[in-house]
Design a protein around this ligand. Structure first.
Ligand code: ADP
Ligand code: MG
Length: 586
């Protein structure tokens, strides 16, 4: 680029930043810095320009939203299958095993709550192959069934991209003549059109929580105050993304039309008119739930509090009660309680959310209560990467979905293979695949059963993880072991432990120039993106546990995370990616 080109580009960036930061700050696009310095907030990382997404891929990802919710629910009704698929994983991975033992108790004693709330996000990349020349195709990276975050910040960044595009198109001088935005809006016929797509995720995720809350209130009438509880980490940096859901719920009252007017009619909130008062939210930790949460048949650990619970609760239903705000400090016999209608987990997905036995007990207090859970533990376990891999085996997803939906869902799968030695040896094709992966590791990713970013293994690290397993497979097959290119590899994971991991084909998205903003600094680079679509569902199994009855099943907006090309991991909170939004291209 010429000097003049460079300076025009940097003027444009300066001008866009002057618009972006005030807009985003005015909407609460904020996070707490990693230092957790008291009173400090920073803007969440974002992309200065929206991201080009082919319309066909965008529409396909939306089309997949309802079938994926249907799939999660169908698997949750087949808990024996789920336990069987996760058996070896649960033995090798303590965290998964512990979650399974909680679900086992639900299987034995029965669920107390027939309504299941799903708030999922299915994440995809658009694959063009390792040589960058394949026909673009949408491939699922993973399905998040717990704590799917960024619904609210995604809405804000999308609104900003839409706003700045409109301003540039309205009057080229108003936003300092942003050539890049104008170019993004230019159609094939030379005309200009704003094809950005802001995400309705903040409104729709809160609408799903409101819908579940009102279902609970109408089915469990009592004079006791009802509240939604968000289970959160004790220290949370992404506070705005959660708080905006909380405030949307507070305004979900018929007196405040802005909430209802933003929610489509298939959410069927109309019937709630008589109930629809303001919905309070309490933020609790798992440890708080152990110390203060009670249900009518209390878990034996908390005898002192359970005595007062017995007084507070009539009947045998296991209502989940927490002390009114501030009553925690009173002696147990003087506390007053409120009833939790819906528990929304924004924590509990990673081992570090369980720093003590008390946190696990807190999870049990919730799981064995009558509150509606988002997600119930079965949905949480369906989101395990081992389940994603098991579904990709021939004929498996077809067991859970009608033909058309199964076909659609399968078309979004990348290659996924087991790393359980017994399962591999049962199928010669998988033996070949694992050996191929070992010798061509750049085309694969090795994934553990973890969430939150930063856990996957790539390159030499992945090869080391496979090493012991591959040596044993070769021995079983009577193959001579040769080191490739004289490369010596030391195994890091035993062939038993690797059963808790899966092998996945690596997806190669097409890099595009981007401007990524962190702490007000702009990085111009080639970047790739991950495109996620939220889906919300509410099912009722009070009639028949095996049969899904959807009260609600809907896509609920989207999320784009963009990262520098060549970065292996994703995740905004983990520091790899920035928040972005789509601009559709044909
Ligand atoms: P987590 O549960 O930690 O979010 P993911 O499966 O989403 O785990 O992986 C984390 C990140 O790693 C993704 O956001 C994506 O950037 C990258 N990634 C995961 N799987 C693949 C893959 N098959 N090909 C390319 N990148 C991948
Ligand atoms: Mg992910």
């Amino acid at each position: 680029m010429s000097d003049q080109g460079n300076s025009t580009a940097s003027q444009e960036v300066e001008c866009l930043l002057k618009h972006a930061l005030p807009y985003l700050y005015s909407r609460g696009f904020a996070m707490i810095p990693p230092s957790f310095q008291k009173g400090h907030v920073i803007h969440a990382p974002f992309s200065l320009l929206p991201r080009k997404i082919p319309r066909a891929a965008y529409e396909r990802a939306y089309e997949l939203a309802n079938p994926y919710s249907q799939l999660v629910d169908a698997i949750a009704r087949e808990r024996t299958w789920l336990m069987e698929v996760l058996k070896e994983t649960g033995e090798a991975d303590e965290f998964t095993g512990r979650l399974m033992s909680i679900m086992q108790r639900n299987i034995e004693e029965g669920d107390d709550q027939p309504l299941f709330l799903g708030i999922h996000r299915s994440d995809y990349m658009i694959d063009v192959g390792s040589d960058g020349r394949s026909e673009p195709s949408l491939r699922q990276i993973e399905l998040n069934t717990i704590a799917s975050s960024f619904g609210c910040l995604s809405s804000i960044v999308g609104d900003y991209h839409s706003y700045i595009s409109d301003r540039v198109l309205l009057d080229n001088s108003a936003a300092g003549s942003s050539l890049s935005i104008a170019k993004l809006c230019q159609q094939k016929d030379g005309t200009f059109k704003n094809m950005t797509r802001p995400s309705p995720s903040c409104a729709l995720i809160s609408a799903s929580l409101a819908r579940a809350h009102w279902e609970y209130v109408s089915r469990n009438p009592s004079n006791r105050g009802k509240t939604v509880a968000f289970v959160v980490q004790a220290e949370e940096r992404n506070f705005q993304d959660q708080r905006q859901l909380e405030y949307a719920l507070w305004h979900a009252s018929w007196k405040d039309r802005t909430f209802f007017d933003s929610v489509p009619s298939h959410f069927d909130l109309q019937w709630t008119q008589d109930l629809a008062g303001k919905i309070p939210v309490r933020r609790v930790t798992l440890e708080y739930m152990h110390e203060f949460g009670i249900s009518a048949q209390p878990v034996a650990h908390n005898a002192e509090v359970s005595a007062s619970a017995a007084m507070a609760v009539a009947g045998s239903k296991k209502e989940l009660l927490i002390p009114k705000e501030g009553h925690e400090h009173l002696p147990p016999s003087e506390r007053q309680y409120e009833e939790v209608s819906v528990v929304y987990f924004r924590a509990g997905y990673t081992p570090s959310d369980y720093p003590s036995e008390a946190a696990w007990k807190g999870r049990e207090v919730i799981e064995f209560s009558n509150a509606i859970k988002a997600p119930p533990i079965s949905y949480h376990l369906v989101g395990k990467k081992k389940v994603q891999q098991a579904l990709a085996a021939p004929g498996v997803v077809e067991k859970f979905l009608p033909e058309t939906q199964a076909h659609l869902v399968r078309s979004s799968f990348a290659g996924l293979w087991t790393l359980s030695k017994a399962e591999i040896l049962a199928n010669p094709e998988i033996v070949e695949k694992v050996l191929h992966a070992y010798d061509n590791i750049g085309k694969y990713v090795v994934k553990p059963q973890r969430e939150g970013g930063g856990n996957n293994l790539y390159g030499l690290e992945a090869k080391r993880a496979l090493h012991n397993l591959v040596q044993e497979l070769k021995k079983e097959k009577g193959m001579v072991d040769e080191f490739q290119n004289g490369e010596d590899v030391t195994g890091t994971i035993s062939s038993t432990e690797i059963a808790a991991y899966i092998l996945m084909e690596r997806i190669f998205p097409d890099p595009e120039p981007a401007k990524l903003v962190r702490l007000g600094e702009v990085l111009s680079c080639d970047a790739i993106c991950e495109f996620g679509v939220y889906s919300v569902s509410l099912t009722d199994v009070s009639q028949d546990y095996k049969k899904t009855n959807f009260l609600l099943n809907s896509p609920a907006g989207h999320l784009i995370r963009t990262k520098v090309d060549g970065t292996d991991e994703g995740g905004v909170a983990a520091g790899f990616a920035v928040l972005d939004s789509p601009i559709l291209i044909e």
